[in-house]
Design a binder for this molecule. Structure first.
Ligand code: PMP
Ligand code: GLU
Length: 398
């Protein structure tokens, strides 16, 4: 008998984590899998950050930490917001968590009542919907396609707002599409929010540094009229190659920060002392190692773009940030391999896993019915080989 709660029974397993688990298992059984499923930099954490962590252990930073994070780290984050984003967030408006994922969960659980509508410009990152549903919110997708570079307009946003709308959640640069909202696009969104002061925006900026537009990153919180409605989420996983350290944070109005502090105080407490000291070093030192990684991502993006465009039928756009491609594979729907028809992105991604030994994530869990996501945060050699295998596998479909 299933004695689990409805809450957990109704929750979908994270598609990104499921696919990477599947690919790890296949690798363990000797399959030559190229894993493009998980969005994780393949670089090591820069040395000076690791050294700061070692130093923290030696200096005895081994005790419980203040629930919202060490004061020194929150001060460093406050300086970072000013330096990189020209945003004023004081330390009492900052809460440090065990990854941006927890930061998002804290905010959503703190703001959403059952039945509140949560707007998700689609495609969106998988966990937004799962977390909003955990809070008994009702997810409302705002659709977009590759033809508009997977961005929604301010007019679309306004058309989806109802008296029940509480929150919009989006990422820029975006996971899974790599799209980046320009300052003008964000300003138009800010104007809509200004007309709807009861609607909040959670802006996930975890890919901030991985931006190839040549322009500096823009935040919705830059628009002072609506800053009180914005929660800015960021973290260390992507920009500093620190996925395993589990460190993320928010800048938010103090009443929201206090709620997240309270939530976290009952569920996890303050995050790891050593990781926090490493994070402080990351923010306060030269960003050059991050920018070197970004230059490498850009090089890979250009290579993969060229290779994907050579695959007949695939519709590909040039992502402006993050490290994902989200090609539209719908031209292959209805085609078959050995008599089995492939009708969905899930069918295609499983076919590519079996036939080409390349692991990617189907678009469905990102709220898209035509695309699959691949992460190019891996070596050029593997990327070239993966694209070759994909091209051959697509050519076998009739
Ligand atoms: N937001 C987005 C858009 C992501 O891709 C990720 C991926 N890890 C996260 C949040 C969570 O990051 P973390 O918990 O590792 O800080
Ligand atoms: N955010 C990454 C991804 O989308 C890591 C996996 C996860 O946390 O979901 O692949």
């Amino acid at each position: 008998m299933n004695q689990l709660s409805d809450r957990i029974n109704q929750m979908q397993e994270s598609a990104t984590i499921k696919m990477s688990k599947m690919s790890r298992e296949l690798k363990a059984h000797g399959h030559d899998i190229i894993d493009l499923s998980l969005g994780e930099p393949d670089f090591d954490t820069p040395k000076h950050i690791k050294d700061a962590a070692k130093d923290a252990i030696d200096k005895g930073f081994t005790k419980y930490t203040p629930v919202p994070g060490y004061a020194e780290l929150r001060k460093a984050i406050s300086l970072k917001f000013k330096r990189d984003n020209n945003l004023d967030y004081s330390p009492d408006e900052i809460v440090v968590s065990t990854g941006a994922k927890q930061s998002i969960a804290n905010v959503v659980l703190s703001l959403i009542n059952p039945g509140d509508e949560v707007l998700l410009p689609a495609p969106y990152w998988v966990s937004y919907a799962a977390i909003a549903e955990l809070a008994e919110g009702k997810c409302v997708e705002i659709p977009s396609t590759i033809d508009t570079n997977f961005k929604v307009t301010a007019a679309q946003l306004e058309a989806h707002i109802t008296p029940k709308t509480k929150l919009i959640i989006f990422s820029s640069p975006c996971n899974p599409t790599g799209s980046v909202y320009s300052r003008a696009e964000l300003e138009a969104i800010a104007q809509v929010l200004k007309r709807h002061p009861n609607v909040f925006a959670l802006c996930d900026e975890i890919y901030e540094y991985i931006n190839f537009t040549g322009e500096r990153h823009h935040s919705l919180a830059e628009f002072s009229d609506i800053k009180g409605q914005v929660i800015t989420v960021n973290g260390f996983s992507k920009g500093f190659a620190m996925t395993g350290w589990r460190l993320g944070y928010i800048g938010a109005p103090a009443w929201i920060a206090r709620a997240c502090d309270k939530m976290q105080g009952q569920i996890t407490s303050g995050t790891c002392s050593v990781a926090q000291k490493a994070g402080e070093a990351a923010l306060l030192s030269d960003l050059e190692p991050s920018f070197k990684m970004v230059a490498e991502f850009k090089k890979r993006r250009d290579i993969v773009y060229g290779l994907l465009k050579e695959i007949p039928g695939l519709k590909v756009n040039l992502p402006e940030g993050a490290f994902y491609f989200f090609p539209d594979v719908s031209a292959y729907f209805g085609k078959s391999y050995n008599g089995t028809a492939l009708n969905t992105p899930e069918d295609i991604s499983l076919y590519l896993l079996r036939e080409a030994n390349v692991a990617m994530v189907s678009g469905e869990s990102f709220g898209d019915k035509n695309c699959i996501r691949l992460s190019y945060a891996t070596s050029e050699e593997k990327l070239r080989e993966a694209c070759k295998r994909m091209k051959e596998a697509f050519a076998k479909l009739v």
